[in-house]
Design a protein around this ligand. Structure first.
Ligand SMILES: Cc1ncc(C[n+]2csc(CCOP(=O)(O)OP(=O)(O)O)c2C)c(N)n1
Ligand SMILES: [Mg+2]
Length: 374
């Protein structure tokens, strides 16, 4: 009996715009000849990316000056966040994020200061306003893909034409939860997009030290989930693959796994110093692939952008950032009752006592000091 091959697979990589801003004219078109992204759309998304970068840089400074607890910069990953989010329907499709796709959350309606509140330690930053279809930032690595599968499974059971996209890092794909989510999504054919931001590092661990496979995308093959790799710093390519995955999900075709190859240009968070473990030459090489710089080159070559427009954008971004910070820093402080109000439907007598007395004594141990009976 000859040995037969019973399974074979490969992973495709899509790049439409290279790091010099040069576009493959054929790939940048839809089958009907229309552009994947129109000029006015590309321009709008470029401006958005610039503003997000400005807020990201300022958030870093807020932490350094003691005005924020910690912060994970999104710098360098804006095209992955915005290109994917733009392919989805706002107020209908659900975003289930990690913490490095702020731009996607803002584009889908999260007031920008909410992210700052979160990192300032104010829980109200996690209280997503009604009508904004997203879950709060998720810090336990790799747990949120399960939530996205649950959400999208519900859409399928209800017959709603909606999907859930979940964002996670390369490191997260080494966590068991992600694999359980992938398996469930494949078995139940849920309308889920697994969007992995492969930024090459999981804190100080490079991708090649935490997985034996060459691509992250191929992990999905084991679950028979269609997968592909995309240049995550290429706005047009990211948009195109996510749009196609959304179409598949909404037409009953089940989940898709997208590996966006990108790079964390900053430290892991403000609590990290990546100079201790990264080769500066590697960082330098990726600075040259910056998604904003390449898009600017592309738009400039097309006559859609120039230095004067950039100066205006920088000015507008400065005003916007100041407004966002003001909104985060001037929000009224919650009352001390707040810590008692959201845990029990009916407070226990001990907690009732603490609630009454905490303004005079933090533990409520001596109620008589506040003129209360024990
Ligand atoms: C369950 C869990 N384990 C460990 C951590 C600590 N931790 C925080 S970020 C991180 C690395 C995540 O890397 P990756 O998934 O690649 O995301 P990135 O930060 O690169 O965007 C780890 C291990 C955590 N937050 N949650
Ligand atoms: Mg990573």
């Amino acid at each position: 009996m000859p040995i037969r091959t019973v399974y074979g697979a490969n992973v495709e990589h899509l790049q439409i715009m290279d790091e010099h801003g040069v576009v493959d004219q054929e790939l940048a078109k839809n089958p009907d000849g229309t552009p994947v992204l129109k000029d006015e759309e590309t321009l709008e998304l470029f401006i958005y990316m610039g503003k997000c970068r400005a807020l990201d840089e300022t958030a870093f400074k807020l932490q350094r000056s003691g005005r924020m607890g910690t912060y994970p910069q999104n710098k360098g990953q804006e095209a992955a966040a915005i290109g994917s989010a733009y392919a989805l329907e706002r107020g209908s499709d659900w975003l289930v994020p990690c913490y490095r796709e702020n731009a996607a959350l803002w584009m889908h309606g999260l007031p920008m200061h909410y992210v700052l509140l979160h990192w300032m330690g104010d829980e109200r930053g996690n209280q997503i306003p009604p009508g904004v279809c997203q879950t709060p930032l998720c810090i336990p690595i790799g747990t949120q893909p399960l939530h996205a599968v649950g959400i999208s499974w519900a859409f399928k059971m209800r017959g709603e034409k909606k999907l859930a996209i979940t964002y996670f890092g390369d490191g997260a794909t080494s966590e068991g939860d992600v694999h359980e989510a992938l398996n469930f999504a494949a078995v139940f054919q849920t309308p889920t997009i697994f969007f992995c931001q492969n930024n090459q590092w999981a804190i100080s661990v490079p991708r090649e030290s935490q997985m034996n496979n060459e691509t992250v995308a191929q992990r999905a093959i084991g679950y028979d989930i269609p997968c592909m790799q995309v240049d995550g710093n290429d706005l047009i390519a990211v948009y195109k693959v996510t749009r196609d995955a959304a179409k598949r999900a909404k037409s009953g075709g089940g989940p898709t796994f997208i590996e966006a190859v990108t790079y964390r240009l900053a430290d892991h968070t403000t609590a990290d110093d990546a100079r201790r473990y990264r080769d500066p030459k590697e960082v330098e090489a990726w600075v040259g692939k910056d998604p904003i710089i390449r898009l600017r080159k592309y738009l400039t070559a097309k006559g859609l952008w120039n230095d004067e427009k950039q100066r205006q954008l920088d000015e507008e971004a400065k005003v916007m950032v100041a407004d966002v910070i003001k909104a985060a820093e001037t929000i009224a402080k919650p009352s001390t009752d707040d810590i008692f109000d959201h845990v029990f439907a009916t407070l226990t007598p001990e907690l009732e006592l603490q609630k009454k007395t905490m303004r005079t004594h933090s533990l409520g141990q001596f109620p008589e000091q506040a003129g209360l009976a024990r």
